[in-house]
Design a protein. Structure first.
Length: 425
């Protein structure tokens, strides 16, 4: 009989919702924090006590000294980037080796996967996905083709397996006529990363997680990317290559669906997207630039400008449905502090037809907006719901009514302390 629980914390639009900050706030309530999908394409920025950290592969629970952190089987991991990220934390005084467990079943991103990522993007011409270039697509494709290398492979005949796979990649790259690359330095760091990773507990994390559940422990499943980047449910083919949605929690950690209790869906008070693909709420005007500037919307991994627009209720309703979201968390509300009016996309219009449900193809959809009065005051100093201006309370109520889901946490600034819980979890 399992007595523990898993709660999931998921970005429900295009990623970059600020999951890292919320996991960090949530961590004291859980025994374990686990990543179940994605890899170093993620960049979770956490700011506290004046220090800023960007986590890519390591779960955000790493800052709480007594928590176990798990990189689950659904993740992909680049040893060189992992080493750089982990060493930075070790240098800042965090002990990782006893608290960070890596699944033997997680797949390894090879340097040549990153070259393949670039080669496939180049071959796509105008239909580029705009990937992060971290080798995510080629690594997950390899997993599905059953030719990949897994973390557990480090433990036996590794160099033989690595060289065979690298040779296969080099052949593909020759076939693609993509020969202008040099991985010498990268490969050196990568192999050092393999050595370094082997000093961590490489375990059967699914067995471990289920043992924790039997012991009554609570686990937070930390999502990466967002629902609209999910390989099945996102804006395909402009998506990432994993299941970023709640179904991915089960496959990416090796747990049954019946142990998942709360599904927290995180979104921003406005919308952003990095990379290519349809984005009906995108603003190309001064308002879009203002959102980018005030919201500091530049990619944590690639530094690219994020595309900005108003909040998209069609996408949010769809994401709530796909994930079974039980509670919503609204981030960066303060970015809207100076606007006279705020807009929310309540439907799409395509070929003269009004669409309230997410269509198969959002390309060519135009946003239909409802305009709402702004609150025109500084939310960043507010520490409780009672202090909120009426216009902001009305905006929250409007969103809750439309989305039929409670917004239980609101973020009004980048610091851990600027997080207001309306209903204690
Ligand atoms: P990939 O995951 O690097 O293959 O990139 C596929 C698409 O997902 C691109 O549009 C990326 O910009 C986007 N993407 C991947 N990871 C993130 C993320 O953590 N936040 C936002 N967008 C992401």
């Amino acid at each position: 009989m399992k007595k523990g629980r898993v709660d999931a914390l998921l970005g429900i639009v295009f990623g970059d919702e600020g999951k890292g900050k919320v996991v960090d706030v949530f961590t004291p309530r859980y025994d374990v924090v686990a990543r179940f999908a994605g890899g170093p394409n993620a960049g979770h920025t956490i700011i506290f006590e004046g220090k800023k950290f960007v986590l890519r592969s390591i779960p955000s629970g790493i800052f709480a000294e007594d928590k176990i952190n798990i990189i689950g089987n659904g993740c992909v991991i680049a040893p060189d980037l992992f080493m750089a990220e982990a060493k930075e934390l070790e240098n800042a005084g965090y002990d990782l080796k006893s608290r960070l467990h890596i699944s033997k079943r997680a797949h390894l991103i090879l340097p040549t996967h990153r070259v393949l990522d670039r080669a496939y993007e180049a071959a796509k011409g105008k239909n580029k996905v705009g990937t992060t270039g971290k080798g995510i697509g080629p690594t997950y494709s390899e997993k599905a083709s059953r030719t990949g290398l897994r973390v557990g492979d480090i433990l036996e005949n590794f160099m033989e397996k690595y060289n065979a796979l690298k040779a296969r990649h080099e052949q593909i790259l020759r076939d693609l006529n993509f020969t202008e690359y040099d991985i010498t330095e990268e490969e050196k760091a990568w192999l050092e990363g393999i050595e370094y990773m082997s000093t961590f507990p490489l375990t059967d994390t699914e067995v471990e997680i289920n043992k924790y559940l039997r012991e009554g422990k609570s686990i937070l499943a930390e999502g990466a990317q967002g629902t609209m980047l999910d390989i099945d449910h996102g804006t395909y083919p402009f998506v990432s290559s994993s299941n970023t949605t709640s179904g991915g929690v089960c496959t990416g950690l090796g747990i049954g669906p019946n142990v998942i209790k709360e599904v927290y869906g995180i979104f921003k008070a406005y919308s952003t997207r990095v990379g290519a693909g349809p984005f009906p709420v995108e603003l190309f005007d001064e308002t879009g630039n203002t959102l980018r500037r005030i919201g500091n919307e530049y990619g944590a991994v690639t530094g690219r400008d994020r595309r900005c627009g108003w909040v998209d209720l069609v996408a949010l309703k769809y994401a709530i449905m796909i994930n079974g979201v039980t509670q919503l968390i609204m981030m960066k509300s303060d970015v809207l502090d100076t606007f006279d009016t705020i807009k929310a996309c309540v439907a799409y219009k395509k070929n003269g037809e009004i669409l309230e449900d997410m269509p198969f193809e959002t390309e060519g959809c135009e946003a239909v907006y409802k305009e709402i009065p702004g609150w025109k005051c500084d939310l960043t100093k507010m520490t409780s719901e009672e202090e909120f201006p009426q216009a902001f309370k009305d905006y929250i109520k409007f969103l809750e009514d439309e989305l039929e889901t409670p917004i239980t946490i609101l973020s009004v600034g980048p610091d851990r302390a600027q997080t207001i819980e309306r209903i204690k979890a």
